[in-house]
Design a protein around this ligand. Structure first.
Ligand code: ADP
Ligand code: MG
Length: 639
């Protein structure tokens, strides 16, 4: 194989071109973040080198003081960011600076609206990264050499951010990466020591390695004009240069936590909450966990990156260590720094073991506590969280049985007593509003709020003023299979089985119900004879006040959502038949009862059955037949 050393001109991947366009035009108000992004990358490169050097110390090449240096040239209008981290080979430069590796990127970009204003909000979801250099520069030169490669295997990558880039092999004696930004007209005042220091302080103070700049002498950093050889400047660190999570909580400002979050999460916006804890005792570790304010575009992709950044005694070990949190908390970002794990811990070792297991359960608790606190202290932020991640949290009770009650407390639902379809009712709110004698939490599932908010199933509850949760997310019926109790109260699906309102019905009510059931036995069997196999049973209803009839799901049968999920996944859906319940006091039922003509009885019974199916959100097997029968009845009316 011959190693390419010639100069090559290559095109950016389509996604990169789109991203570049979007970025350059949409981040006007926040241009200075380019420096944060490039410093963030330099810090990552240092972490990676330190990790690789654990087993290959020779990679450090007698240059083990890792640092980032920022220089500028007022006359040449350049700013450069230099690191002695892991560096890139020629192939890596082509791959990492010419393509975006994240899965789902193409999908994400395809969904952009084309309206730059709107799309610019989305870019935050995506992370900004290296290409932000082109916000302020019309040419970017990258000089890099990967640690371990010889000095003549450096790479020079160069682009004007317009669809193409060039690469050539060059000498680079110093390991690491130097990025030179040629500032655009109008952005040239970034080549200023005071300004750059301010930006570093603002966004990158938390970076754990020193970010150095030339010491300013009388406001000048360049040697006297006419000097033969420019003297090597004297460097000074302009950031604090200690790992943020190792510092005492009380000393850390909110802004520092926020900037740290952006660095580790590759996010553009602030987090909603964080939790910083040092654990001492049998196990020793520090964790710093964050709740993002926005869902990443790949939240539901299986291969999507998730997990925490793992350090062992301050040495970076890996990104996306996904063993420390359950899947339903995959939106949590953060760092965990362990004193117990070994420096050569691998993904395989991390799979299980007592240390990992107990860290996982503790970090899970911490995350849930952090959410509880957010819900309590900042309900509006919690609503934002819920809107983004509520569906993911709903996977919790099934995945994490031990914490199901705690998770249940974090869930939010729409309800008959809530604000018009908003998912803002907590189970604790519900329990607080329960009526005397009520010992169950009632709910109804369906496809949409609009579809079920006036369901006949709610009639008796409305009459008695009892709250019913209205569950309309696809996952809800499945979720309710795992939620058995909250605060000692069981859950009851109001569309299922023979509704028993327990103490909410008085003894007299119950007696009266039994009597009507007896009295209407004959009518029930007449209807059953008409509907035959389409129903499992016909009986008098206690659920209805206004509607003539309703379909109830059998106690052990699947509801509409679960059927759809099974069907969508290609599984066989078990056969089940609904129960037809009728309201004996409704005039139509009275009419039916009084109908002596067999044919007319059948017509009316069928219409009522189809109507009940429609009200339950089902589709009819024979809609044309239904319309025909109904029209016939309507004509008789007007005759
Ligand atoms: P991200 O940091 O989210 O991976 P970026 O766009 O910021 O995305 O960077 C893209 C990739 O380019 C990085 O993942 C890394 O592989 C490479 N890279 C960027 N800057 C450097 C650097 N200073 N040293 C080594 N590699 C770098
Ligand atoms: Mg980056």
């Amino acid at each position: 194989m011959t190693v390419e050393t010639q100069k090559q001109t290559l095109g950016f991947q389509t996604e990169v071109k789109q991203l570049l366009q979007l970025m350059i035009h949409s981040l006007y108000s926040n241009k200075e973040i380019f420096l944060r992004e490039l410093v963030s990358n330099a810090a990552d490169a240092a972490d990676k080198l330190r990790f690789e050097a654990l087993v290959k110390p020779e990679l450090l090449e007698n240059d083990s003081e890792l640092r980032i240096r920022i220089e500028f040239d007022k006359d040449a209008h350049t700013v450069s960011i230099d690191d002695n981290g892991i560096g890139m080979s020629r192939e890596e430069a082509v791959a990492h600076l010419g393509t975006i590796a994240k899965s789902g990127t193409a999908d994400f970009l395809a969904h952009l609206s084309g309206d730059q204003k709107k799309d610019s909000h989305l870019i935050g979801q995506f992370g900004v990264g290296f290409y932000s250099a082109f916000i302020v520069a019309d040419q970017v030169d990258v000089y890099s050499r990967r640690a371990g490669l010889p000095a003549d295997q450096g790479v020079h990558w160069s682009s004007r951010g317009e669809g193409e880039f060039e690469v050539e092999t060059v000498d680079k004696p110093q390991r690491g990466t130097r990025i030179v930004l040629h500032l655009k007209d109008g952005e040239q005042d970034f080549a200023d020591g005071w300004k750059l220091r301010g930006i570093v302080k603002k966004y990158s103070d938390h970076i754990a390695l020193p970010i150095e700049m030339p010491k300013e002498q009388h406001g000048e950093t360049k040697p006297e004009k006419g000097a033969d050889t420019p003297a090597e400047p004297e460097w000074e660190a302009v950031n604090r240069a200690s790992a943020l999570w190792t510092r005492p909580k009380a000393e850390i400002k909110d802004e520092e936590y926020q900037e740290f979050y952006k660095h580790i999460a590759h996010d553009f916006g602030n987090p909603l909450a964080w939790s910083h804890n040092k654990v001492e005792g049998k196990l020793e570790y520090t964790s710093l966990l964050f709740v993002p304010a926005r869902a990443p575009f790949d939240l539901y992709q299986r291969e999507a990156a998730r997990g925490l950044k793992l350090y062992v005694q301050r040495v970076f070990i890996m990104d996306q260590a996904d063993q420390f949190l359950p899947l339903y908390l995959r939106f949590v970002k953060g760092v965990v720094d362990s004193a117990d794990l070994s420096l050569n811990v691998s993904r395989e070792i991390l799979q299980s073991g007592p240390v990992i297991d107990s860290m996982k359960s503790a970090l899970t608790r911490r995350s849930l506590d952090m959410l509880e606190k957010l819900a309590k202290d900042k309900p509006e932020d919690y609503a934002t969280f819920w809107g983004n991640f509520g569906q993911v949290l709903k996977e919790g009770p099934a995945e994490d049985y031990a914490n199901r009650e705690k998770i249940a407390g974090l869930l939010r639902f729409a309800s008959t007593h809530g604000s018009d379809g908003a998912q803002d009712v907590a189970l604790a709110d519900y329990v607080g509003r329960m009526q005397e004698g009520q010992d169950k939490i009632y709910y109804l599932t369906g496809e949409s709020y609009a579809q079920i908010k006036d369901s006949p199933h709610l009639e008796v509850f409305r009459k008695k003023g009892i709250e019913v949760l209205l569950l309309t997310d696809r996952i809800d019926e499945w979720l309710m299979g795992y939620l058995t109790e909250f605060d000692g109260k069981g859950f009851v699906d109001v569309a299922r089985g023979d509704l028993d309102l327990g103490k909410l019905d008085s003894e007299e009510d119950k007696k009266a119900q039994e009597e009507t059931a007896k009295a209407k036995e004959a009518l029930a069997s007449r209807i059953k004879a008409v509907l035959g196999d389409e129903v499992s049973e016909v009986r008098v209803s206690h659920r209805l006040t206004d509607s003539p009839a309703i379909l109830a799901i059998g106690q052990g049968d699947l509801g509409v959502q679960m059927r759809q999920i099974l069907e969508a996944s290609g599984q066989k859906v078990p056969d089940s038949k609904p129960v037809f319940e009728f309201n004996p006091t409704h005039p139509l039922i009275e009419k039916l009862d009084a109908e002596a003509d067999g044919g007319r009885f059948e017509e009316l019974a069928r219409v009522l059955f189809d109507q009940a199916a429609l009200a339950a959100g089902d589709s009819l097997k024979d809609p044309a037949g239904y319309v025909k029968r109904l029209n016939k009845l309507l004509l008789e009316l007007s005759a």
